[in-house]
Design a binder for this molecule. Structure first.
Ligand SMILES: C[S@@+](CC[C@H](N)C(=O)[O-])C[C@H]1O[C@@H](n2cnc3c(N)ncnc32)[C@H](O)[C@@H]1O
Length: 211
């Protein structure tokens, strides 16, 4: 019951927020394109593989996986973010976008070689993030990969410590508890372990987990 209210509230605030920002959000590509490329390489899967990109937003990371030959489905809660993503689709890419909630993915167990989430978890309440990761685990094949890209934690890198006050100025109120808890807290609850880890400029962490 508590979770039902949280899910409704999260959906409402999330969709209000991203409806306002969807058109401007794509400007991130001018800054973050090297992060997208690094993360796609770090996934280290020989294409073509089946990937679901959860909380895909305007699809920046999903496009990067598709460009190297993967077969990608991006899902998101926000219709406006998905509209921006769909505008960029090219016929030579195996890429589609679907409206869906990450806490209830419309796919069977073990459907994907990898599931990914980039810059999504820090915008979710803890309980929602946990449900989303559980679903990513469920739809990924046994032995498949889960890739998480998000802000780095201040305890992991001095640049993350230096940039935290700046990030606090523009991020939602969920960023601070997310960063203070650390991603490992979430992963422990669902029995997932990091097996490879890197960062981008110290500001973002890129984590690879094996299902
Ligand atoms: C900061 S954007 C990140 C978008 C994209 N992954 C990227 O790397 O640029 C966060 C996205 O998470 C989506 N989101 C939040 N909660 C979600 C949920 N429960 N299920 C699916 N998408 C969700 C939002 O609608 C938004 O598009």
């Amino acid at each position: 019951m508590k979770n039902n209210n949280l899910v409704k509230q999260h959906k409402y605030y999330n969709n209000e927020f991203f409806a306002k920002w969807a058109k401007l959000y794509d400007l991130e590509k001018y800054i973050l394109f090297p992060l997208r490329k690094k993360a796609a390489r770090f996934l280290d899967l020989k294409p073509p593989k089946k990937i679901v990109d959860v909380a895909t937003g305007t699809g920046a990371q999903a496009f990067e996986f598709a460009k190297i030959g993967h077969d990608v489905i991006g899902i998101d809660l926000s219709p406006e973010m998905l509209n921006q993503a769909k505008k960029k689709i090219k016929s030579n890419l195996k890429l589609k976008f679907l409206p869906a909630d990450g806490i209830k993915l419309p796919f069977k167990n073990n459907s994907f070689d990898a599931s990914t989430i980039s810059l999504g978890l820090h915008d979710m309440p803890y309980e929602i993030g946990l449900l989303v990761l559980k679903e990513m685990k469920r739809v990924s094949k046994k032995g498949g990969l889960i890739l998480i890209i998000d802000y780095n934690e201040p305890k992991k890198h001095f640049v993350a410590r230096l940039t935290q006050p700046l990030i606090l100025l523009y991020e939602t109120s969920m960023y601070k508890p997310f960063i203070n808890r650390g991603i490992e807290t979430l992963l422990k609850e669902i029995d997932l372990k990091i097996y490879r880890e890197t960062n981008f400029l110290g500001i973002f962490q890129i984590l690879l987990l094996k299902n």
